[in-house]
Design a protein around this ligand. Structure first.
Ligand code: PHE
Length: 357
């Protein structure tokens, strides 16, 4: 008769010696598998007398349970060791410098535009919009441009090929066509700003073929130049976050305003940097004026009953001034390093409560 104690010692020694999960499984099959040594013993019980079977059967079951639990323990130990080895081989040295990963940011032009919208919204202006592709009527004719005005010429305006009707669409050269669209579709009083893209065939340090403007339009009874001046001076002080900004109005000409003016901001340009609120230089930032009676008439508004003022300012230029960028063209060159440096967090949305910049 097989000596159970010897068999147990033998199988347990094999379990202890198994170096990996495959070897351990082979030991399990050889002892507890269908034709394994312990399973073989259980098969001999049938030929025994009931008394013998009772005693011998109990002993074999004890042996089987001991072997099974030794197999379980060893399996758990081998798995833990395998995991430890894997963790050791896959370690990551967190003390090494992390590789540079560019994160998206809000473009300074968009941040500046949002700041401007926040300030004008606080002053009671609503936002209006118009299409980038305009027709001659909205961009020029309704704005009182004479037929042969130089701004209609090819060197300033991007024209599309003529349609069959002969009409030439164009990329709007300013946001002023939104004035026309608003006056045609709304009744006074009107108080809107129109932020958007504009296009002119021009490129140097302070001009890009595509740039951004914020147009402003106020139409009501008894509106005069004083309202215009207060609105713009209040805006500039809020935008640059200082009351120390000095501005000047210079007479100018626009076909759609009369009188017309340009507004300059006093600044210091010594030392290759532009500083606001000091210095002896002036920088032009916007065009403005009282809406021309011909424009009001073209839009179906009686100039004897209503007056208004309008202005158009360069968003990119104002951003450039506020955030100290030396060249306007860099703004649209999609250079990741430039965007890293000048971009804004998407969580820094300007509003009157938490600050504008
Ligand atoms: N549209 C003018 C420009 O682009 C600016 C302007 C707007 C001037 C409104 C007067 C009134 O230069």
């Amino acid at each position: 008769m097989t000596d159970l104690t010897t068999l147990e010692a033998d199988v347990l020694a094999q379990v202890a010696a198994a170096g990996d999960l495959a070897a351990l499984d082979a030991v399990r099959v050889s002892a507890l598998g269908k034709t394994g040594s312990i399973s073989g013993l259980l098969k001999t019980l049938g030929a025994m007398s009931p008394d013998e079977r009772k005693e011998r059967g109990a002993a074999i079951n004890v042996l089987r349970d001991r072997v099974q639990s030794a197999l379980n323990d060893k399996k758990a130990a081998l798995e833990a060791a395998a995991l430890d080895a894997r963790l050791a081989s896959e370690t990551l040295d967190l003390t090494l410098p992390a590789p540079h990963r560019r994160r998206g940011s809000v473009h300074p032009t968009m941040q500046t535009m949002d700041e401007m919208i926040a300030i004008f919204a606080e002053m009671g202006f609503a936002v209006a919009e118009g299409p980038d592709i305009e027709d001659d009527f909205h961009n020029f004719t309704a704005l009182n441009f004479p037929e042969k005005h130089p701004a209609r010429e090819m060197h300033d305006t991007f024209f599309f090929n003529p349609k069959e009707s002969g009409e030439r669409m164009l990329l709007r050269t300013h946001t002023s066509p939104v004035q026309v669209r608003t006056m045609v579709s709304q009744k006074p009083p009107i108080r809107i700003i129109a932020p958007g893209r504009t296009y002119r065939c021009d490129s140097d340090a302070t001009h890009t073929p595509m740039f951004h403007q914020v147009e402003g339009l106020v139409i009501d009874k008894g509106i005069h130049m004083g309202h215009l001046k207060w609105t713009l001076e209040t805006f500039i002080a809020r935008f640059f976050e200082t009351d120390a900004v000095t501005t000047q109005f210079r007479p100018h000409h626009f076909p759609f305003t009369e009188p017309s003016a340009e507004m300059d901001v006093q600044c210091d340009r010594s030392g290759g940097e532009i500083k606001i609120g000091q210095g002896t230089s002036w920088l032009e930032i916007l065009g403005c004026g009282m809406v021309h009676p011909n424009v009001l008439r073209a839009c179906g508004i009686d100039p004897d009953e209503y007056q208004g003022f309008a202005f158009g300012m360069g968003v990119d230029r104002l951003g450039m001034l506020k955030y100290g960028m030396p060249d306007l063209r860099d703004m649209f060159s999609s250079d990741g390093r430039w965007l890293d440096h000048y971009g804004f967090s998407a969580f820094a949305a300007p509003n009157a409560a938490s600050g504008l910049s």
